[in-house]
Design a protein around this ligand. Structure first.
Ligand code: SAM
Length: 234
C-alpha cells in the first residue's frame, strides 16, 4: 500500500484528466453506478450527507441533485479544485451551492453524529486502514444513519471475467495514462489495488468490524463494481 502522500501526489497528477478518463474507460457506466449509489442511500427530504474521498465531486453532486445537502471532502487539493470549478458552474445553473472541505478521510474535521449519511465512491480502497475509514464515517453519522460504499469488484462470470482481466490488467493501465495525461502509473495502481482489495463477503466483514449494522451488498454490471450499505448502530 503506497504512503498517503504518494496517493495524494498521484491523484494531483491525474486530476486534470480524471473525469475524461472515467467517462472513456468505463464507457460512461460510472455515472450510472453513482446514480445507483444515490438510490442505495435512500434519501429523505432535507437530509445532510458527507461524501468522503469526493475527488472531482461527481457523487456529491449526484446526491445534491437528488435533494441532499452534501459536504464533499478529499485530501488532494487539485481534485478538490476541479470539484470547486464544477460546483460553481452548477450553482450558476441553479444547482445550489456545494460545501467542499479539504480533509483526510481518517481524521474528519466534523463533530460526532452531524450527518444523516456518508458515502465513499472508489475511495475506501486507497485508505491505509479501510476499517478506520469506515469507523470515522460512522462517527460523524447519526445513530441509525447510513454508510454507502461504491467500489470496484472482480467479476466471476467466466466470459466477462476473462474480458475484464484482459481490459483491466492490459488495456486500461496504458489507455488510462494516455487519456488522463498522467504518466505516473496511476492506472496500473488502480488495477493492482482492485486486485488486492477485499470484496463481497470480505468487505462486508470489514463493515462489521467497523461496527456497522445490517451490512449488505449489491453487485453492479456483472460484478465489475459493488455497492455496500451499512447502518450506524441506533
Ligand atoms: C479514485 S478517486 C474517487 C473520486 C470520486 N469519489 C469519484 O467517485 O470519482 C479517489 C479519491 O480519494 C482521495 N483520497 C485517497 N485517500 C484519501 C484520504 N486518506 N483522505 C481523503 N481523500 C483521500 C483521492 O485524493 C482521490 O480524489
Amino acid at each position: 500500500m503506497p504512503e498517503a502522500t504518494t496517493i495524494q501526489r498521484m491523484f494531483a497528477e491525474v486530476a486534470p484528466g480524471y473525469d475524461r478518463a472515467n467517462r472513456a474507460l468505463s464507457f460512461g457506466v460510472d455515472r450510472w453506478w453513482r446514480r445507483r449509489a444515490v438510490r442505495m442511500v435512500g434519501l429523505r427530504p432535507g437530509e445532510r450527507g458527507l461524501d468522503v474521498c469526493c475527488g472531482t465531486g461527481d457523487l456529491a453532486f449526484a446526491l445534491q441533485a437528488a435533494g441532499a445537502a452534501v459536504t464533499g471532502t478529499d485530501f488532494c487539493a487539485p481534485m478538490l479544485a476541479i470539484a470547486g470549478q464544477k460546483a460553481r458552474r452548477r450553482n450558476e445553473r441553479g444547482g445550489g451551492p456545494a460545501r467542499l472541505v479539504a480533509a483526510d478521510a481518517l481524521a474528519l474535521p466534523f463533530a460526532d453524529h452531524c450527518f444523516d449519511f456518508a458515502t465513499v465512491a472508489f475511495g475506501i480502497r486507497n485508505l491505509s486502514d479501510p476499517v478506520a475509514g469506515l469507523r470515522e464515517m460512522a462517527r460523524v453519522v447519526r445513530p441509525g444513519g447510513r454508510i454507502v460504499v461504491l467500489e470496484f469488484c472482480r467479476p466471476r462470470l467466466p466470459v466477462l471475467g476473462a474480458l475484464y482481466r484482459f481490459y483491466f490488467g492490459r488495456v486500461l493501465p496504458r489507455l488510462g495514462g494516455w487519456i488522463s495525461g498522467a504518466r505516473n502509473g496511476a492506472y496500473r495502481y488502480l488495477h493492482d489495488s482492485v486486485m488486492a482489495f477485499p470484496e463481497r463477503g470480505d468487505f462486508l466483514a470489514l463493515m462489521q468490524r467497523a461496527g456497522l449494522q445490517r451490512p449488505r451488498l449489491c453487485l453492479l454490471t456483472g460484478g465489475i463494481a459493488a455497492l455496500y450499505r451499512g447502518e450506524v448502530e441506533a
